[in-house]
Design a binder for this molecule. Structure first.
Ligand SMILES: [Fe+2]
Length: 430
Protein backbone atom coordinates (compact mmCIF):
# COMPACT_ATOMS: atom_id res chain seq x y z
CA UNK A 1 0.00 0.00 0.00
CA UNK A 2 1.23 3.48 -0.69
CA UNK A 3 1.69 5.89 2.18
CA UNK A 4 -1.05 8.31 3.12
CA UNK A 5 -0.39 11.68 1.53
CA UNK A 6 -2.20 15.03 1.24
CA UNK A 7 -3.51 13.91 -2.16
CA UNK A 8 -5.76 11.51 -0.21
CA UNK A 9 -8.13 14.40 0.15
CA UNK A 10 -8.68 14.27 -3.59
CA UNK A 11 -12.27 14.88 -4.67
CA UNK A 12 -12.70 11.45 -6.29
CA UNK A 13 -12.48 9.80 -2.87
CA UNK A 14 -16.24 10.15 -2.37
CA UNK A 15 -16.98 8.54 -5.71
CA UNK A 16 -14.57 5.73 -4.98
CA UNK A 17 -16.20 5.17 -1.57
CA UNK A 18 -19.60 4.87 -3.19
CA UNK A 19 -18.31 2.50 -5.83
CA UNK A 20 -16.56 0.26 -3.28
CA UNK A 21 -19.62 0.28 -1.03
CA UNK A 22 -21.67 -1.17 -3.91
CA UNK A 23 -19.00 -3.76 -4.71
CA UNK A 24 -18.62 -4.68 -1.05
CA UNK A 25 -22.33 -5.24 -0.42
CA UNK A 26 -22.77 -7.26 -3.63
CA UNK A 27 -19.77 -9.42 -2.80
CA UNK A 28 -20.87 -10.01 0.82
CA UNK A 29 -24.36 -10.95 -0.32
CA UNK A 30 -22.86 -13.63 -2.57
CA UNK A 31 -20.89 -15.08 0.35
CA UNK A 32 -24.08 -15.25 2.39
CA UNK A 33 -25.85 -16.95 -0.51
CA UNK A 34 -23.07 -19.52 -0.92
CA UNK A 35 -23.19 -20.34 2.80
CA UNK A 36 -26.99 -20.41 3.04
CA UNK A 37 -27.45 -24.13 2.19
CA UNK A 38 -25.08 -25.16 5.01
CA UNK A 39 -26.15 -26.23 8.47
CA UNK A 40 -24.01 -25.33 11.49
CA UNK A 41 -22.71 -28.92 11.40
CA UNK A 42 -21.79 -28.69 7.70
CA UNK A 43 -20.05 -25.39 8.31
CA UNK A 44 -17.77 -26.84 10.97
CA UNK A 45 -16.30 -29.78 9.04
CA UNK A 46 -12.63 -29.77 8.08
CA UNK A 47 -12.13 -32.85 5.90
CA UNK A 48 -8.38 -32.43 5.32
CA UNK A 49 -5.51 -30.17 6.33
CA UNK A 50 -5.67 -28.14 3.11
CA UNK A 51 -9.38 -27.36 3.43
CA UNK A 52 -11.03 -25.07 5.95
CA UNK A 53 -14.48 -25.19 7.52
CA UNK A 54 -17.02 -22.88 5.87
CA UNK A 55 -17.52 -21.15 9.23
CA UNK A 56 -13.82 -20.35 9.34
CA UNK A 57 -13.95 -18.84 5.83
CA UNK A 58 -16.92 -16.70 6.90
CA UNK A 59 -15.09 -15.45 9.97
CA UNK A 60 -11.60 -15.07 8.52
CA UNK A 61 -12.73 -12.91 5.59
CA UNK A 62 -14.52 -10.68 8.09
CA UNK A 63 -11.46 -10.59 10.35
CA UNK A 64 -9.43 -9.34 7.37
CA UNK A 65 -11.64 -6.24 7.07
CA UNK A 66 -11.76 -5.73 10.82
CA UNK A 67 -8.06 -6.19 11.44
CA UNK A 68 -6.66 -4.28 8.47
CA UNK A 69 -9.22 -1.45 8.23
CA UNK A 70 -11.42 -0.96 11.30
CA UNK A 71 -8.72 -1.75 13.90
CA UNK A 72 -6.36 0.86 12.44
CA UNK A 73 -8.65 3.43 14.10
CA UNK A 74 -7.65 3.55 17.80
CA UNK A 75 -11.28 4.28 18.78
CA UNK A 76 -12.55 1.01 17.27
CA UNK A 77 -13.38 -1.75 19.76
CA UNK A 78 -12.84 -5.28 18.43
CA UNK A 79 -15.95 -7.48 18.16
CA UNK A 80 -14.11 -10.05 20.28
CA UNK A 81 -10.36 -9.56 20.81
CA UNK A 82 -9.83 -13.29 21.46
CA UNK A 83 -10.88 -14.08 17.89
CA UNK A 84 -7.75 -12.47 16.43
CA UNK A 85 -5.96 -15.72 17.25
CA UNK A 86 -8.66 -17.92 15.70
CA UNK A 87 -9.15 -16.13 12.41
CA UNK A 88 -5.69 -14.87 11.52
CA UNK A 89 -4.68 -17.21 8.69
CA UNK A 90 -0.97 -16.75 8.17
CA UNK A 91 0.00 -13.14 9.01
CA UNK A 92 2.95 -13.67 11.35
CA UNK A 93 3.55 -9.93 11.58
CA UNK A 94 0.05 -9.47 13.06
CA UNK A 95 0.44 -12.07 15.81
CA UNK A 96 0.22 -15.78 16.62
CA UNK A 97 -2.55 -17.92 15.12
CA UNK A 98 -4.47 -21.15 15.52
CA UNK A 99 -2.97 -24.02 13.48
CA UNK A 100 -4.58 -24.47 10.07
CA UNK A 101 -5.05 -28.28 10.30
CA UNK A 102 -6.94 -27.73 13.59
CA UNK A 103 -9.61 -25.33 12.33
CA UNK A 104 -12.18 -28.13 12.55
CA UNK A 105 -12.07 -28.07 16.37
CA UNK A 106 -13.58 -24.58 16.49
CA UNK A 107 -17.06 -25.50 17.66
CA UNK A 108 -17.08 -22.08 19.35
CA UNK A 109 -17.78 -19.43 18.29
CA UNK A 110 -21.02 -20.78 16.89
CA UNK A 111 -22.13 -20.23 13.30
CA UNK A 112 -24.72 -17.84 14.69
CA UNK A 113 -22.02 -15.81 16.45
CA UNK A 114 -19.94 -15.74 13.29
CA UNK A 115 -22.95 -14.46 11.35
CA UNK A 116 -23.38 -11.73 14.00
CA UNK A 117 -19.68 -10.89 13.60
CA UNK A 118 -20.15 -10.57 9.86
CA UNK A 119 -23.14 -8.29 10.31
CA UNK A 120 -21.35 -6.06 12.85
CA UNK A 121 -18.25 -5.59 10.69
CA UNK A 122 -20.39 -5.01 7.61
CA UNK A 123 -22.42 -2.36 9.42
CA UNK A 124 -19.29 -0.62 10.67
CA UNK A 125 -17.70 -0.57 7.24
CA UNK A 126 -20.84 0.49 5.40
CA UNK A 127 -21.41 3.29 7.86
CA UNK A 128 -17.87 4.61 7.30
CA UNK A 129 -18.18 4.27 3.53
CA UNK A 130 -21.49 6.12 3.49
CA UNK A 131 -19.88 8.98 5.45
CA UNK A 132 -16.86 8.90 3.10
CA UNK A 133 -14.81 8.55 6.26
CA UNK A 134 -12.19 6.12 4.96
CA UNK A 135 -8.97 7.57 3.60
CA UNK A 136 -7.39 6.41 0.35
CA UNK A 137 -5.20 3.75 1.91
CA UNK A 138 -8.15 2.22 3.77
CA UNK A 139 -10.09 2.18 0.50
CA UNK A 140 -7.18 0.34 -1.13
CA UNK A 141 -7.30 -2.27 1.61
CA UNK A 142 -11.08 -2.50 1.26
CA UNK A 143 -10.63 -3.19 -2.44
CA UNK A 144 -8.06 -5.85 -1.58
CA UNK A 145 -10.39 -7.29 1.08
CA UNK A 146 -13.15 -7.68 -1.52
CA UNK A 147 -10.76 -9.60 -3.79
CA UNK A 148 -9.58 -11.63 -0.78
CA UNK A 149 -13.09 -12.68 0.16
CA UNK A 150 -13.79 -13.65 -3.46
CA UNK A 151 -10.86 -16.06 -3.24
CA UNK A 152 -12.38 -17.52 -0.09
CA UNK A 153 -15.79 -17.83 -1.75
CA UNK A 154 -14.19 -20.22 -4.21
CA UNK A 155 -12.42 -22.09 -1.40
CA UNK A 156 -15.67 -22.30 0.57
CA UNK A 157 -17.21 -24.14 -2.40
CA UNK A 158 -14.25 -26.43 -3.11
CA UNK A 159 -13.78 -27.19 0.58
CA UNK A 160 -17.44 -27.99 1.24
CA UNK A 161 -17.51 -30.21 -1.85
CA UNK A 162 -14.59 -32.15 -0.36
CA UNK A 163 -16.26 -32.25 3.07
CA UNK A 164 -19.55 -33.61 1.68
CA UNK A 165 -17.73 -36.12 -0.56
CA UNK A 166 -15.82 -37.29 2.54
CA UNK A 167 -19.08 -38.01 4.37
CA UNK A 168 -20.11 -41.63 3.63
CA UNK A 169 -23.62 -40.38 2.82
CA UNK A 170 -22.11 -38.09 0.16
CA UNK A 171 -24.94 -35.58 0.21
CA UNK A 172 -25.37 -32.77 -2.31
CA UNK A 173 -24.49 -29.22 -1.30
CA UNK A 174 -27.50 -28.13 -3.35
CA UNK A 175 -30.11 -30.40 -4.91
CA UNK A 176 -31.37 -27.75 -7.31
CA UNK A 177 -28.23 -27.37 -9.44
CA UNK A 178 -28.91 -28.14 -13.08
CA UNK A 179 -26.57 -30.07 -15.39
CA UNK A 180 -26.50 -28.91 -19.01
CA UNK A 181 -24.93 -30.55 -22.05
CA UNK A 182 -24.07 -28.59 -25.19
CA UNK A 183 -22.12 -31.21 -27.15
CA UNK A 184 -18.54 -31.68 -28.29
CA UNK A 185 -16.10 -29.13 -29.63
CA UNK A 186 -13.35 -30.36 -32.00
CA UNK A 187 -9.88 -29.61 -30.71
CA UNK A 188 -7.96 -27.15 -32.87
CA UNK A 189 -4.32 -26.12 -32.46
CA UNK A 190 -3.68 -22.40 -32.50
CA UNK A 191 -0.12 -21.51 -33.47
CA UNK A 192 1.98 -18.54 -32.43
CA UNK A 193 5.36 -17.46 -33.79
CA UNK A 194 8.30 -16.78 -31.53
CA UNK A 195 7.94 -13.32 -30.06
CA UNK A 196 8.72 -11.02 -27.17
CA UNK A 197 5.58 -10.37 -25.13
CA UNK A 198 4.62 -8.10 -22.26
CA UNK A 199 3.69 -10.22 -19.29
CA UNK A 200 2.01 -9.15 -16.04
CA UNK A 201 0.26 -6.06 -14.71
CA UNK A 202 1.37 -2.61 -13.63
CA UNK A 203 1.62 -2.35 -9.85
CA UNK A 204 -1.59 -1.55 -7.99
CA UNK A 205 -2.50 0.74 -6.21
CA UNK A 206 -0.19 3.05 -8.14
CA UNK A 207 -2.46 2.27 -11.09
CA UNK A 208 -6.22 2.09 -10.72
CA UNK A 209 -6.81 -1.40 -12.13
CA UNK A 210 -6.55 -3.95 -9.33
CA UNK A 211 -3.91 -6.66 -9.52
CA UNK A 212 -2.16 -8.67 -6.81
CA UNK A 213 1.48 -7.88 -6.14
CA UNK A 214 2.48 -11.26 -7.63
CA UNK A 215 1.26 -10.09 -11.08
CA UNK A 216 3.79 -7.26 -11.15
CA UNK A 217 5.95 -5.79 -12.48
CA UNK A 218 4.91 -5.89 -16.09
CA UNK A 219 7.94 -7.10 -18.01
CA UNK A 220 9.13 -8.43 -21.34
CA UNK A 221 9.64 -12.13 -21.90
CA UNK A 222 10.54 -14.33 -24.86
CA UNK A 223 7.92 -16.86 -25.96
CA UNK A 224 9.02 -19.55 -28.41
CA UNK A 225 7.01 -20.78 -31.40
CA UNK A 226 4.24 -23.00 -30.04
CA UNK A 227 0.65 -24.12 -30.42
CA UNK A 228 -2.06 -24.14 -27.78
CA UNK A 229 -5.20 -26.27 -27.80
CA UNK A 230 -8.35 -24.32 -28.56
CA UNK A 231 -10.06 -25.71 -25.44
CA UNK A 232 -9.26 -27.59 -22.21
CA UNK A 233 -8.99 -31.40 -22.19
CA UNK A 234 -12.47 -32.94 -21.93
CA UNK A 235 -13.77 -35.63 -19.58
CA UNK A 236 -13.94 -38.06 -22.54
CA UNK A 237 -10.29 -37.42 -23.40
CA UNK A 238 -9.18 -37.83 -19.81
CA UNK A 239 -11.28 -41.01 -19.49
CA UNK A 240 -9.34 -42.44 -22.47
CA UNK A 241 -6.12 -41.91 -20.50
CA UNK A 242 -7.61 -43.68 -17.47
CA UNK A 243 -8.90 -46.57 -19.61
CA UNK A 244 -5.55 -46.89 -21.41
CA UNK A 245 -3.92 -47.60 -18.03
CA UNK A 246 -2.47 -44.11 -17.61
CA UNK A 247 -2.48 -44.46 -13.81
CA UNK A 248 -0.53 -47.74 -14.04
CA UNK A 249 2.32 -46.66 -16.32
CA UNK A 250 5.21 -44.87 -14.56
CA UNK A 251 6.66 -43.58 -17.84
CA UNK A 252 3.93 -40.90 -18.02
CA UNK A 253 4.57 -39.49 -14.57
CA UNK A 254 6.99 -37.16 -12.84
CA UNK A 255 8.86 -39.04 -10.12
CA UNK A 256 6.95 -37.43 -7.23
CA UNK A 257 3.72 -37.85 -9.18
CA UNK A 258 4.30 -41.58 -9.56
CA UNK A 259 5.11 -41.77 -5.83
CA UNK A 260 1.75 -40.08 -5.11
CA UNK A 261 -0.07 -42.51 -7.45
CA UNK A 262 1.46 -45.45 -5.59
CA UNK A 263 1.25 -44.15 -2.03
CA UNK A 264 -2.30 -42.79 -2.31
CA UNK A 265 -3.66 -45.36 -4.73
CA UNK A 266 -4.74 -42.79 -7.33
CA UNK A 267 -6.66 -44.53 -10.12
CA UNK A 268 -8.71 -41.71 -11.60
CA UNK A 269 -9.47 -38.03 -10.87
CA UNK A 270 -10.49 -37.37 -7.28
CA UNK A 271 -14.24 -37.04 -7.74
CA UNK A 272 -14.73 -39.70 -10.43
CA UNK A 273 -16.73 -42.75 -9.40
CA UNK A 274 -15.22 -46.18 -9.90
CA UNK A 275 -18.25 -47.04 -12.05
CA UNK A 276 -16.53 -45.06 -14.82
CA UNK A 277 -19.58 -42.92 -15.49
CA UNK A 278 -20.31 -40.59 -12.61
CA UNK A 279 -18.57 -37.79 -10.74
CA UNK A 280 -19.30 -36.10 -7.44
CA UNK A 281 -20.36 -32.49 -7.90
CA UNK A 282 -21.77 -29.78 -5.66
CA UNK A 283 -25.12 -31.11 -6.88
CA UNK A 284 -24.23 -34.64 -5.70
CA UNK A 285 -23.40 -37.64 -7.90
CA UNK A 286 -24.01 -36.97 -11.58
CA UNK A 287 -23.30 -38.57 -14.96
CA UNK A 288 -20.09 -37.05 -16.28
CA UNK A 289 -20.57 -34.82 -19.31
CA UNK A 290 -18.01 -36.28 -21.76
CA UNK A 291 -17.61 -32.90 -23.46
CA UNK A 292 -17.15 -30.75 -20.36
CA UNK A 293 -13.61 -29.87 -19.28
CA UNK A 294 -12.01 -32.51 -17.04
CA UNK A 295 -11.48 -31.18 -13.51
CA UNK A 296 -10.29 -32.23 -10.10
CA UNK A 297 -6.80 -32.81 -11.50
CA UNK A 298 -3.52 -32.30 -9.70
CA UNK A 299 -0.52 -30.87 -11.53
CA UNK A 300 0.85 -34.42 -11.54
CA UNK A 301 -2.24 -35.77 -13.34
CA UNK A 302 -2.41 -32.84 -15.79
CA UNK A 303 1.27 -33.30 -16.61
CA UNK A 304 1.01 -37.10 -16.99
CA UNK A 305 -1.97 -36.72 -19.31
CA UNK A 306 -0.10 -34.18 -21.44
CA UNK A 307 2.93 -36.47 -21.76
CA UNK A 308 0.69 -39.43 -22.68
CA UNK A 309 -1.00 -37.24 -25.30
CA UNK A 310 2.33 -36.25 -26.86
CA UNK A 311 2.02 -32.69 -25.66
CA UNK A 312 3.01 -30.59 -22.64
CA UNK A 313 1.55 -28.03 -20.25
CA UNK A 314 1.51 -24.43 -21.47
CA UNK A 315 3.83 -21.92 -19.85
CA UNK A 316 2.10 -19.04 -18.11
CA UNK A 317 3.55 -16.67 -20.72
CA UNK A 318 1.97 -18.71 -23.54
CA UNK A 319 -1.33 -18.74 -21.67
CA UNK A 320 -1.30 -15.00 -21.00
CA UNK A 321 -0.41 -14.25 -24.61
CA UNK A 322 -3.45 -16.29 -25.68
CA UNK A 323 -5.74 -14.60 -23.16
CA UNK A 324 -4.83 -10.98 -23.90
CA UNK A 325 -7.90 -9.26 -25.28
CA UNK A 326 -10.13 -12.35 -25.03
CA UNK A 327 -13.55 -11.48 -23.52
CA UNK A 328 -14.23 -12.99 -20.09
CA UNK A 329 -17.51 -14.64 -21.00
CA UNK A 330 -16.97 -18.02 -19.35
CA UNK A 331 -18.85 -20.08 -16.79
CA UNK A 332 -18.31 -18.33 -13.44
CA UNK A 333 -19.80 -18.54 -9.95
CA UNK A 334 -22.42 -15.94 -10.91
CA UNK A 335 -23.75 -18.36 -13.57
CA UNK A 336 -24.68 -20.67 -10.68
CA UNK A 337 -23.81 -23.90 -12.56
CA UNK A 338 -21.03 -24.52 -9.97
CA UNK A 339 -19.53 -27.15 -12.25
CA UNK A 340 -17.56 -27.08 -15.52
CA UNK A 341 -19.83 -27.54 -18.49
CA UNK A 342 -19.68 -28.08 -22.23
CA UNK A 343 -20.69 -25.22 -24.47
CA UNK A 344 -21.26 -24.57 -28.16
CA UNK A 345 -18.07 -24.94 -30.21
CA UNK A 346 -16.42 -21.86 -31.65
CA UNK A 347 -15.15 -21.92 -35.23
CA UNK A 348 -12.08 -19.86 -34.52
CA UNK A 349 -10.14 -18.70 -31.50
CA UNK A 350 -9.80 -20.04 -27.99
CA UNK A 351 -12.61 -21.49 -25.92
CA UNK A 352 -12.94 -21.46 -22.15
CA UNK A 353 -9.74 -19.58 -21.35
CA UNK A 354 -11.78 -17.95 -18.59
CA UNK A 355 -14.11 -19.78 -16.23
CA UNK A 356 -15.03 -23.49 -16.04
CA UNK A 357 -11.61 -24.80 -14.91
CA UNK A 358 -8.36 -23.31 -13.73
CA UNK A 359 -5.66 -24.43 -16.14
CA UNK A 360 -2.43 -25.83 -14.75
CA UNK A 361 0.65 -24.35 -16.36
CA UNK A 362 4.13 -25.82 -16.45
CA UNK A 363 5.44 -22.63 -14.84
CA UNK A 364 6.66 -22.70 -11.27
CA UNK A 365 5.13 -20.00 -9.07
CA UNK A 366 8.07 -17.63 -8.84
CA UNK A 367 8.51 -13.87 -8.53
CA UNK A 368 8.56 -11.90 -11.75
CA UNK A 369 11.85 -10.04 -12.36
CA UNK A 370 11.85 -7.01 -10.06
CA UNK A 371 8.95 -8.31 -7.89
CA UNK A 372 8.40 -6.45 -4.62
CA UNK A 373 5.77 -7.60 -2.12
CA UNK A 374 3.33 -4.98 -0.80
CA UNK A 375 4.76 -3.16 2.22
CA UNK A 376 3.78 -4.15 5.77
CA UNK A 377 1.75 -7.14 6.89
CA UNK A 378 -0.02 -7.46 3.54
CA UNK A 379 3.34 -8.28 1.99
CA UNK A 380 2.67 -11.72 3.49
CA UNK A 381 -0.33 -12.13 1.17
CA UNK A 382 1.42 -13.75 -1.81
CA UNK A 383 5.19 -13.48 -1.90
CA UNK A 384 6.06 -15.91 0.86
CA UNK A 385 4.27 -18.74 -0.98
CA UNK A 386 6.61 -18.65 -3.97
CA UNK A 387 7.97 -22.04 -3.11
CA UNK A 388 7.12 -25.50 -4.51
CA UNK A 389 3.88 -24.42 -6.17
CA UNK A 390 2.68 -24.11 -9.79
CA UNK A 391 0.75 -21.36 -11.53
CA UNK A 392 -2.84 -21.89 -12.67
CA UNK A 393 -4.64 -19.50 -14.97
CA UNK A 394 -8.10 -18.39 -16.03
CA UNK A 395 -10.49 -18.95 -13.11
CA UNK A 396 -13.18 -21.58 -12.73
CA UNK A 397 -16.90 -22.13 -12.34
CA UNK A 398 -16.41 -21.17 -8.67
CA UNK A 399 -14.56 -17.91 -9.41
CA UNK A 400 -16.26 -14.52 -9.53
CA UNK A 401 -16.40 -12.86 -12.91
CA UNK A 402 -15.22 -9.63 -11.22
CA UNK A 403 -12.22 -11.41 -9.72
CA UNK A 404 -10.37 -12.84 -12.72
CA UNK A 405 -8.19 -11.21 -15.38
CA UNK A 406 -5.65 -12.25 -18.01
CA UNK A 407 -2.68 -11.55 -15.72
CA UNK A 408 -4.09 -13.42 -12.68
CA UNK A 409 -1.75 -16.00 -11.13
CA UNK A 410 -3.34 -18.65 -8.94
CA UNK A 411 -1.05 -21.23 -7.35
CA UNK A 412 -1.26 -24.67 -5.74
CA UNK A 413 1.19 -27.46 -4.89
CA UNK A 414 1.72 -30.33 -7.35
CA UNK A 415 -0.55 -32.80 -5.56
CA UNK A 416 -3.59 -30.53 -4.94
CA UNK A 417 -6.64 -32.26 -6.46
CA UNK A 418 -9.71 -30.71 -4.90
CA UNK A 419 -9.92 -27.52 -6.94
CA UNK A 420 -11.80 -27.03 -10.21
CA UNK A 421 -8.48 -27.46 -12.02
CA UNK A 422 -8.03 -28.92 -15.49
CA UNK A 423 -5.55 -28.80 -18.33
CA UNK A 424 -5.09 -27.23 -21.76
CA UNK A 425 -2.43 -28.82 -23.94
CA UNK A 426 0.50 -27.08 -25.59
CA UNK A 427 3.12 -28.12 -28.12
CA UNK A 428 6.45 -26.76 -29.30
CA UNK A 429 6.59 -25.76 -32.93
CA UNK A 430 9.81 -25.89 -34.94
FE1 LIG B 1 -7.29 -15.44 3.51
Amino acid sequence: MHAISPTDARPDLAARSDQLLAQFTTMRALTARLAAPLSAEDAMVQSMDDASPAKWHLAHTTWFFERFILATDARYRAFDPTWDYLFNSYYNSVGPMHARPRRGVLSRPSLEQVRAYRAAVEDALCERLQRHALHAQALDILQLGIQHEQQHQELLLTDIRHALWSNPLQPAYRGDLVATHAGPSALRWIARDEQIVQLGADAWPQVQAFAYDNESPRHRTLVGAHALASRPVSNAEFAAFVEAGGYREPAHWLSDGWAAVRARDWQRPLYWHEDGAREFTLGGWRERDPDAPASGLSLFEADAFARWAGARLPTEAEWELAAAGVPMDGNFVEDDALHPRSSAAAETGFEKLFGDVWEWTGSAYLPYPGFAPWPGSLGEYNGKFMNAQWVLRGGSCATSRTHIRATYRNFFPSDARWQFAGVRLAKDLP
